[in-house]
Design a protein around this ligand. Sequence first.
Ligand SMILES: C[S@@+](CC[C@H](N)C(=O)[O-])C[C@H]1O[C@@H](n2cnc3c(N)ncnc32)[C@H](O)[C@@H]1O
Ligand code: SF4
Length: 376
Amino acid sequence: MSNSISIYIHIPFCKSKCIYCDFVSFPNCEKFFDTYLEKVKQEIDYHASKLKNRNVKTIFIGGGTPSLLGGEDIFNLVTFVLQKFSVSKQAEITIEVNPESFTKEKALWWKKAGINRLSFGLQSDDDIVLKKLGRIHNFSQFQNAVKEAKSLGFSNISADVLLGLPNQTPQKIRQTLRKIAKLGLAHISAYGLQVEKGTKLFELIKNEQIKLPDEDLSNEIYNSAYLELKELGFHRYEISNFSKKGFECQHNQNYWVRGEFLGIGAGAYGFIDGAHYENTSNLVDYIKKDYVPQNIEKESKKTKMEETIMLALRTEKGLNISNFNKTFNIDFCEKFKPALDKLSQQKLIKITKNHIKITNFSISNAIILQFFMLID
Ligand SMILES: C[S@@+](CC[C@H](N)C(=O)[O-])C[C@H]1O[C@@H](n2cnc3c(N)ncnc32)[C@H](O)[C@@H]1O
Ligand code: SF4
């Protein structure tokens, strides 16, 4: 087993809550910032004492809104991780940034801390749509922040956009992507908007106060985004992730090959020594109680197989057949023959010497399901 790991640190604070968001994030919690960071350090200590010989390849500070915290706080946090773990010199260190909370001063602290990748949450270039979504920034704040970050020497900058937004069309998403690519981004994540129960968006849709593109239009929007990004020089390396060559997100790639990772902070989860654990998402509990990983669950063979297939088939490389056979000690082509025959006949997958790849990512869930149905 490889001795390298990734570290994810969750900052569960936001200025306000977006209507579609069901991530662990709390608005109006400034009073908890300091105690939370102390607790996060305690958790880092806990894991560091147990994982002495591991080499950290990537660190990802996500949220929530990590850019809401002071620059020096982020500097101290990263420095603490560097002191407690052996972190490789070329480690990719990312921070998620919301455009409205970006400042030059914070960015200078991030740089000093060794952060070398910024991931901006943009979502849309349309200020009216941003407002509808409950976002508190506009497009020009994003443009200015990216320009400033570049002038400070950040070259690995990513932006998240959402697909399937109200009034979005294939033409509009192409315009959006052209506009943001002009800023010289290295990476773009384009996520299909998920409507989660318990969010304001869910209620608005139920009450017919907001309408999203239907499935066919959403597929067209995805395919247009893919084609536009390809023309702009961004290659797809996973269903939702596109980058200039050499700027693929290493942190996410570790998840997709089921590499080990620590999840630190309220609501974070990790995967170490073949077991998943999950931290409480109750902020007060996380802050008050002594840290011990909870809900430790050794994964079953079924879950492991499903996860391996799903994550691999969502990547551009596809599933590596010989690796799969070695891991599970079975013959993939024999076990999944009915799905392979059906899907290749329909030209929905491509089978090469050692890989199976999806050819139509806009219906990937239905394709992956064909494999799941054969797992007992
Ligand atoms: C959890 S957020 C954190 C980043 C930052 N707070 C922000 O919103 O800009 C990371 C990304 O997840 C994506 N995301 C959040 N909620 C989503 C949803 N319901 N469906 C699809 N993508 C979502 C957004 O693109 C967002 O940039
Ligand atoms: S800023 Fe990001 S994490 Fe916070 S509520 Fe909005 S989508 Fe969720």
